[in-house]
Write a protein that binds this ligand. Structure first.
Ligand SMILES: C[S@@+](CC[C@H](N)C(=O)[O-])C[C@H]1O[C@@H](n2cnc3c(N)ncnc32)[C@H](O)[C@@H]1O
Length: 409
């Protein structure tokens, strides 16, 4: 069955003609009623289309809780201490962090420190269904008092500006991207139109905004003839909202991404656009136009731009590392040992081991980038999450999302 979002997109094209790929992606994923992320089943689970680190195991949240706790201590133990999570889904990560802080499992005597009483989780999520689930889950865990009800949309949140942490796990890659190509020496943009049979087709046109060329120029990018690339202009409004909300504190963005020089390198002639459905990744050019509204569309994050946008808004770059290094720095090994001592059956023991391995695998979740930036927070000594680094040879491969649970070697 075709998703109703297809009719929504066709209707918009009927009114205004071809639309940019960014607008197409925005409608397909984030239309408030029919978009892929708006309702229906959770997409980020084993039963969904791909598995994110927080959905894989609460170990991930428990490790990040240690970073949250350290940031809180460094910021003078404020109460309240707000943990805003962008693209929070049903709050799996927020809940794992809140539970770890309440139980004192965040790498120290967290429950004695007072952070559990001070922390206020503020989920920002476009799906009202997921937000409702989040509230139910916090209530069921006896942590309703730690949750700030978010308006979920563009409305200002109730506790802003705040001191705290802004967290974004696999969120920035979901923001709409403009697609551009260099043809006959000129920058062209990909628009989406409908053919006489009602199918979505691509058309090249002049860029819809000079911001596209300006972004490439800012990054010093010179696309090769025929090279296709993604540009996420939505990063700027995101950085604006972080700067408006977070008076003092830490930004932690975890995602698959690369520095601009690498992302736009001429090795990547087809860009990084990817779709996911039913734990299968599909990079083919036609995939974004198949199962519209039932398939995730995503692209790798330009870390250089994220850093530059945050810096322009007063956030110093504290460091960029891999998820594996971040987690080890945050005490994943100790947490693992502690959890091992609690495990009572073989299945749970296996799941724990498999989860730790997958969280650290450099070809998968462990290879995601973790970018830390801060305002009004002492950068020295380096934060826990940046304290563990490995020497690694340059690797041009970009890790993909975690899909399907194959055997663990
Ligand atoms: C890939 S999922 C990640 C979910 C969660 N952070 C995790 O790690 O499991 C992206 C999430 O961002 C949400 N999202 C996408 N665009 C959004 C927007 N513009 N505003 C708020 N949430 C958005 C989606 O609904 C979805 O829950």
């Amino acid at each position: 069955m075709t998703s109703p979002v297809v009719d929504v997109i066709r209707a918009e094209m009927g009114r205004s003609g071809a639309i940019t790929f960014a607008r197409y992606m925005e409608l397909a994923l984030a239309h408030p009623v029919h978009g892929y992320y708006a309702g229906g089943p959770a997409r980020t689970t084993r039963a969904g289309d791909f598995l994110t680190a927080p959905e894989l195991h609460p170990l991930f949240g428990a490790a990040l809780a240690s970073q949250v706790e350290e940031a809180w201590a460094r910021l003078g133990r404020p109460d309240p201490f707000v943990l805003r999570e962008d693209g929070a889904g049903s709050g799996t990560l927020g809940l794992a962090i809140a539970e770890a802080l309440a139980a004192g499992r965040a790498g120290g005597a967290a429950d004695r420190s007072g952070i559990a009483a001070a922390v206020r989780y503020l989920p920002r999520e476009l799906s009202r269904e997921r937000l409702a689930e989040c509230a139910e889950r916090f209530a069921a865990a006896g942590l309703a008092g730690s949750l700030v009800a978010s308006a979920g949309g563009e409305a200002p949140d109730p506790v802003t500006p705040f001191t705290g942490v802004v967290l974004a796990n696999e969120y920035l890659d979901a923001l709409p991207i403009h697609l551009v190509e260099r043809r006959d020496g000129a920058l062209r943009e990909v628009f989406v139109a409908i053919d006489p049979n009602g199918a979505f087709i691509e058309r090249l046109g002049d860029p819809s905004t000079p911001e596209l060329a300006a972004r490439l120029e800012d990054r010093g990018v010179d696309l090769a003839e025929g090279q296709r690339a993604e540009i996420c202009l939505a990063l700027a409004p995101w950085a604006d909202s972080v700067a408006a909300d977070l008076g003092r504190g830490l930004v932690l963005a975890i995602d698959y991404g690369r520095e601009a020089a690498d992302l736009y390198d001429r090795r990547r002639m087809a860009g990084t656009l990817m779709t996911y459905r039913g734990h299968a990744a599909d990079p083919s050019p036609e995939a974004p136009y198949c199962d519209v509204g039932e398939r995730d569309i995503t692209a790798h994050v330009d870390l250089t731009t994220v850093r530059a946008l945050l810096a322009a808004r007063g956030f110093a770059h504290l460091g960029t590392t891999s998820q594996a290094e971040l987690l080890v720095g945050c005490g994943l090994q100790d947490l693992l040992e502690r959890e091992r001592g609690r495990v009572r059956d073989l299945q749970a023991a296996f799941e724990l081991r498999a989860a730790a391995q997958r969280l650290l695998d450099p070809q998968r979740l462990g290879g995601f980038a973790a970018l830390l930036a801060g305002r009004g927070i002492d950068p020295e000594p380096p934060l826990r999450g940046l304290s563990f680094r490995l020497e690694r040879p340059g690797d041009p491969r970009i890790p993909r999302r975690h899909i399907a649970d194959g055997p663990v070697e």
